[in-house]
Each structure stands twice: as C-alpha cells, then as structure tokens.
Design a binder for this molecule. Structure first.
Ligand code: OFO
Length: 171
C-alpha cells in the first residue's frame, strides 16, 4: 500500500508525463507545419513514449492500492521559432523531468517504500537515455549549422532515432 505522501508525489509525476506528451505533440505539429517531416515524426514518437510513461505510472499506482488521478494539464507552447531552439527546449524539458524523477525517488526513501524505489529505477535509466539522446541531437545540429544539405539529411535520418537507439549514433 502506498503512503498518501508517495501517492500524491506519483500522481504529480503522472501529470508531468502527460504534459511531456503534450509538449512533444505540440512540437510535432509545429514541425509538420514547417514541412520538417522527419523531425515531426520523431516528435510524434516522443509524444507516444511519454504517454506510455504516464500509463505505466497510472497502472502502478492503482496496483499498489492508490488512486491514479487524471488531472488538468498546462498547455504547451505552440510556436518554437526554429527547430534548433525547439531541440534546446527538448533537452531543457528532459533535464526538468529528470529532476522531478530524482525528487520522487527521494520521497520513496523517506517513506521507506523500496518496491516503488525499485519501480522508479526504470524511469531513472530512461531519463539518462533521453538526456543523452537530446545532447547527441544538439551536437549534430551544431555540426550542420546552416548547411541546407545537412538539414535535409538530418530531417531524413532523425525519424529512425529513438531514445533506445541512441547507442547507434556514436560521436
Ligand atoms: Fe518520460 O521520459 Fe523523458 O520526459
């Protein structure tokens, strides 16, 4: 059985994962509108992944005798100026999510809930991969600069990349 404090903290993370899904959906839509098909597909995939992260938490909370809450979400921004800035925002967002997962892990230790501590290790590992992926992409963007051919290839290749495939893009 989850403590009330931990249940509340987990529900807060449900909201953050749901908002992450909306953030990336908004990025996907912006990119699609700019004709950046590969980037759009990458963001749609990210959005789907975040929804799965949310669902995994919802099911865990209910399985442990809590009540997973589906709450109102903050609206994401809709204009990202340039795709370069958009990927900077993606990294910033992932750093923010990593911090919130860390805080949540801290609560499990305070509450001495080692089952939830164990459950959250999956998220800890996922955040390391997602941050690494965002940094790898930003490195590529810096390499491309304003080269149009480079941008074409970037947009073509990025749709193959997911957080779990970051290892295929060594520096
Ligand atoms: Fe939910 O994985 Fe990143 O944000």
């Amino acid at each position: 059985m989850l403590s009330k404090k931990l249940e509340k903290a987990l529900n807060e993370q449900v909201r953050i994962e749901a908002e992450s899904s909306q953030v990336y959906l908004s990025m996907a839509s912006w990119a699609e509108g700019k004709g950046l098909e590969g980037i759009a597909q990458f963001m749609y995939n990210q959005s789907d992944e975040e929804r799965l992260h949310m669902l995994k938490l919802v099911k865990y909370i209910n399985e442990r005798g809590g009540h997973a809450q589906v709450s109102a979400l903050n609206a994401p921004k809709t204009d990202f100026e340039t795709f370069q800035k958009m990927f900077h925002e993606l990294l910033e967002h992932e750093v923010f999510v990593s911090k919130s997962i860390n805080d949540l892990v801290h609560v499990t230790l305070e509450e001495k809930d080692y089952a939830t501590h164990n459950f959250l290790q999956w998220y800890v590992a996922e955040q390391i991969e997602e941050e690494a992926l965002a940094r790898t992409i930003l490195d590529k963007i810096n390499l491309i600069g304003n080269d149009k051919g480079g941008l074409y290839l970037f947009d073509r290749d990025i749709q193959q990349i997911t957080a779990n495939s970051v290892a295929i893009t060594p520096k």
